[in-house]
Design a protein around this ligand. Structure first.
Ligand SMILES: [Zn+2]
Length: 225
């Protein structure tokens, strides 16, 4: 009994017991999650087209497609609501593994996680996007910047809003506090409409010294339509 308490750890995606070689996520879950491969064509993919035209950027990618009730949804739920920031590090490393040696990452100097409002960060205890960024950065040896971009308003929860209400909800929510690194990658957990990232980019390009290039990466991209 006691030994199982210490040695049994279950997968955050499916609750099956992990074997020694598996780290937080089992091989079955990893094989079930469908990769997008968008980083191979960062300016010619569904995610880029979803955001392009609204704000300037040099490319967008997501590690996986995000399906409701899929394994990735379980992982993101654990990351956001079950006090499991280490899942963020693991998913960030998986993203790093995917993006390593890609032209997409070559120009990136600094990784900026989408910020949480201070009150929400206190409630949750951490910013999940920061853990994704740190996992990614540790794999690719990049800098993480959590101080240049801040969330100045605590917006209402997005989950029950339709697309139009989401745009209104996050507009102007972010602010740049100081000069920003020149070539940045913005990181978020799951992209749905992209309204949050667009609001971040609007704040970045309105800064006194805006970045020269902005790229986007997420762990999941919700399919539309
Ligand atoms: Zn699993």
């Amino acid at each position: 009994m006691l030994s199982s308490l210490f040695f049994s750890q279950s997968c955050y995606g499916c609750d099956q017991q992990l074997i020694r070689q598996e780290k937080l996520i089992c091989f079955d879950c990893l094989s079930q999650m469908e990769k997008t491969g968008f980083h191979m064509q960062p300016e010619q993919n569904e995610l880029f087209y979803r955001l392009a035209g609204r704000v300037p950027m040099e490319g967008a990618t997501s590690l996986y497609f995000f399906d409701k009730k899929g394994r990735l949804q379980q992982l993101i739920k654990a990351l956001k609501y079950k006090d499991a920031p280490h899942i963020g590090l693991r998913l960030g490393q998986l993203l790093g593994h995917e993006l390593a040696d890609s032209a997409f990452m070559e120009a990136v100097e600094t990784i900026i996680p989408v910020p949480l409002h201070r009150s929400k960060k206190i409630r949750r205890g951490y910013n999940q996007a920061e853990f994704l960024a740190r996992g990614l950065a540790s794999w690719l040896e990049k800098e993480v910047d959590t101080s240049s971009l801040i969330r100045q308003f605590a917006t209402l929860t997005q989950t029950r809003k339709n697309a139009e209400a989401r745009w209104e909800n996050v507009g102007g929510a972010f602010l740049c506090k100081k000069s920003i690194p020149q070539h940045i990658l913005l990181v978020d957990d799951v992209i749905t409409t992209g309204s949050t990232l667009v609001a971040c980019i609007q704040a970045l390009i309105s800064a006194p010294e805006p970045p020269l290039s902005i790229r986007i990466a997420s762990i999941g991209m919700a399919r539309q339509g």
